[in-house]
Design a protein around this ligand. Structure first.
Ligand code: MG
Length: 385
């Protein structure tokens, strides 16, 4: 199979959007727009690698947006989109160039797997292929607010991304076109005399340009993630003499510790089981059996990251997690905000999608006698459907 790298162009200033965060790093459905675009390609069967091109000034935003994803270091882009793509191609040419390359705008996070496949397949018979949409509205040419002419719309398409090419051909075309003011890679290819095939884009493959687009994209996303599932997790660990306790991703001083094969973070275990439950994918013991020495003393954050990756690989998103710890001590109140923040980080969602609560059991039962701590969690996970 031919290797195919995707260059995701995210180097724009996004200034039309306003606000301190450039548009490609703003949240859409609980996830930065760039991350959503990256995830659309990462794990796609026709894609070998994903390479993001960024503005060096946005490095902190980038690191936060793609935390935990398996990506090479970003390439620094240039002043225009065309410069950024050329710099991306030049970097790939030096670091083990792929057979094929797709170029995708970070601002089109709603690209679907079928369009990616169709664009890739078109390269079996063409040097270039782009996702595009036939024009359906009647076109008018205006002059001072009045119609001057009606333009024949047949044969007219709106160019979308991804735009895919045989690597050597587009690399040479971009080098030859350096300094020209072309707004997409197909134009660069046309200038070099390459034939570029049009492939119908998925209907929702919109470009987020203005703040209004964000609301429209969020509505589309909501419709696209209509398969909403809920999972329940419950866990108990025994308290034994000790001096620290791992609870909801934090390490706290305590007069006891939780016993278990891993770090025994009872709250994170409940969260992991809730997410697995929402996927109908078994329980934590199947993935991380206590009999396996590699999990001894393991930071339970690892287990959470694993199930978050499972959700991502199935094209899903975590909508919400609510966890309740049942214990007499430690008091959770002083740590609640830090726990919420840590859990949100691990789940790769914004903190408003995470709820952390605690209750005592009025000194009743094993939790009341401080023999152990119990936790339960509910996860809401959305999948395409
Ligand atoms: Mg456990």
């Amino acid at each position: 199979m031919s290797s195919c790298t995707v260059i995701i162009v995210a180097a724009g200033s996004g200034q039309r959007f306003g606000g301190p965060v450039p548009k490609q790093y703003q949240e859409l459905g609980g996830m930065p727009i760039l991350r959503r675009s990256v995830l659309a390609f990462l794990g796609h069967p026709h894609i070998t690698a994903v390479q993001v091109v960024i503005s060096p000034q946005h490095r902190d935003h980038y690191d936060r947006a793609v935390a935990g994803l398996d990506l090479p270091p970003p390439i620094h882009g240039g002043a225009s989109r065309q410069d950024s793509v050329r710099l991306g191609l030049e970097a790939l040419a030096k670091s083990g160039k792929p057979d094929l390359v797709m170029i995708h705008d970070a601002a089109r996070p709603l690209i679907d797997a079928a369009t990616i496949t169709a664009v890739r397949k078109a390269l079996d018979h063409a040097t270039g292929a782009i996702a595009a949409k036939p024009l359906v509205d009647t076109l008018k040419r205006g002059n001072a607010g009045a119609i001057e002419a009606t333009i024949d719309r047949s044969h007219l398409w709106q160019a979308h991304t991804p735009q895919a090419f045989h690597f050597d051909a587009i690399h040479a075309a971009h080098q030859a076109a350096a300094g020209a003011q072309l707004t997409d890679d197909a134009a660069v290819a046309e200038k070099a005399g390459l034939t570029v095939t049009l492939v119908a884009s998925n209907a929702d493959n919109m470009k987020i340009t203005n703040p209004d687009d964000l609301g429209r994209a969020a509505r589309l996303l909501g419709q696209n993630f209509g398969d909403i599932r809920t999972g329940l997790g419950f866990d108990v660990h025994r308290l034994v003499p000790g001096d620290i306790i791992h609870l909801c991703g934090l390490t706290l001083p305590h007069h006891h510790t939780l016993a278990g094969h891993s770090d025994a973070d009872v709250a994170l275990h409940a969260v992991v089981d809730a997410i697995l439950g929402a996927m109908s994918a078994g329980d934590i013991g199947q993935y991380f059996p206590p009999s396996d020495p590699q999990w001894k003393g393991k930071d339970s954050a690892h287990f959470v990251r694993h199930v978050v990756r499972m959700v991502n690989e199935r094209g899903g998103m975590i909508a919400h997690v609510d966890v309740t710890m049942m214990c007499e001590s430690p008091k959770i109140g002083p740590h609640r905000d830090a726990m919420q923040k840590r859990l949100a980080e691990l789940l790769e969602v914004t903190p408003d999608r995470v709820s952390v609560k605690a209750t005592t059991t009025e000194r009743l039962g094993f939790t009341g006698r401080e023999e152990g701590i119990a936790a339960q969690a509910v996860a809401t996970v959305r999948f395409p459907g």
